[in-house]
Design a protein around this ligand. Structure first.
Ligand SMILES: Cc1ncc(COP(=O)(O)O)c(C=O)c1O
Length: 384
């Protein structure tokens, strides 16, 4: 057979197979009988009739897509309304919505860390922040997870502009960053802080206003927040929130805003409806956190090793990548969908089941999930 320029991929596929790290796409039916602890729909809004109707109405009015970059084809009043309400809800001066949370992180980090600057990045940060660091012209220093002294040391040694970047709630283990301390450290040196609140918005803070709001950082002149519309808000898209001059700068400098088609109207409409619903039903976020804590309490009572959740994500240790995959598959067979994180998605090499609590889970569903997870557990869990 003729050689292909992509033959080297066979070798990579072999390595993946031998390590038990092959990923495949699974079909998802429109209606599923599985109990869902895998999605990031923390507040149970993705299929809420108000949200889906708002998405449909926005598509009917503005079209199926945004038709181009908002700098080229114009910016709709729907986008402006969403940005105003999002900024107001979270307590920041200004906001800019982008086509994903991933794009929002690339925008914030690259635009705020030019050549000659320093970016101090937590080792547990999400891939999109890491990629923002890789694309930025500044120098990157990765510091140990949650270590504010290491952040201070890195910033202390630097001349010129600098930012520290951190998830507010880390996506793998669901633990929270010490945001108030991080902000204090940045302030000692007059540097900025970028917080990715993907897992905090809707769950933490007063009525779900997010982790920066809970840490007293809302509206701070030296804090920039990124968020996703695709978790608690049950929609799709991302946002950057902060001082107006930062948002103006992003419109002029952030390549994932300038060279990307604007957020789809349906997504903007759905996110706006979700925000309004959240204002009316502010207890949803606290319920999601409470469900996560109950899951943690019940699973650890069964002898499983889990991380105490600071928001809606519960991480349960698995003995090895292969056993994590098998465990998740056994849960699925028993009617429960759970996430499975393993290398290279987890830089520390520890494989886990990742459960997401939802505000709309009943006590009976929580008990059923715990029963399935503990019944299918591969022996006594340990690091792997
Ligand atoms: C911490 C964190 N930041 C950013 C993102 C990316 O957001 P989006 O899915 O909207 O691109 C995610 C989502 O997976 C995330 O977990």
């Amino acid at each position: 057979m003729a050689r292909s320029p992509f033959d080297w991929l066979d070798e990579q596929a072999d390595v993946r197979r031998r390590a038990g790290l092959v990923r495949t796409l699974r079909p998802r039916p429109a209606e599923s009988t599985l109990l869902d602890l895998a999605s990031n729909d923390y507040l149970g809004l993705a299929r809420h009739p108000e949200i889906t109707e708002a998405a449909a109405a926005a598509a009917r009015r503005w079209g199926g897509g945004a038709t181009g970059s908002r700098l080229v084809t114009g910016s709709t009043e729907l986008h402006a309304e969403l940005e105003r309400e999002l900024a107001d809800f979270c307590g920041f001066e200004s906001a800019l919505v982008l086509s994903s949370g991933y794009a929002a992180n690339l925008a914030a980090v690259t635009a705020l860390a030019p050549h000659g600057s320093l970016i101090v990045s937590d080792a547990g940060n999400h891939a999109s922040l890491i990629d923002g660091c890789r694309l930025a012209r500044g120098t990157v220093q990765v510091v140990p997870h949650g270590d504010t002294d290491a952040v201070r040391k890195a910033l202390d040694a630097h001349q010129g502009p600098a930012v520290a970047v951190s998830d507010s709630v880390f996506s793998v283990d669901g633990d929270a960053a010490p945001l108030a301390q991080l902000a204090d450290v940045c302030r000692e040196f007059g540097f900025g802080l970028i917080v990715d609140d993907a897992h905090g918005l809707g769950v933490l803070g007063d009525g779900g206003r997010g982790a920066p709001h809970a840490a007293g950082l809302a509206g701070a002149a030296d804090v920039v927040v990124t968020a996703t519309l695709s978790k608690s808000l049950g929609s799709q898209g991302g946002a950057v929130l902060g001082p107006a001059k930062v948002i103006d700068h992003l419109v002029n400098a952030a390549r994932t805003f300038i060279f990307d088609t604007g957020l789809a109207p349906a997504a903007a409409g759905a996110a706006l409806a979700a925000l309004r619903l959240l204002r009316r039903e502010p207890e949803r976020g606290a319920r999601a956190h409470a469900v996560a804590t109950t899951l943690y309490d019940l699973l650890t009572a069964e002898g499983l090793q889990a991380v105490r959740p600071d928001a809606a994500v519960v991480s349960v240790r698995a003995p090895s990548p292969e056993l994590a995959v098998q465990w998740a598959a056994d849960c699925r067979t028993a009617g429960l969908a759970v996430g499975c994180f393993r290398p290279p998605s987890v830089p520390d090499g520890i494989s886990r089941l990742r459960l997401t609590a939802r505000a709309d889970l009943t006590d009976g569903q929580i008990a059923e999930a715990v029963r399935v997870i503990s019944r299918t557990a591969p022996g006594q869990a340990s690091a792997g």
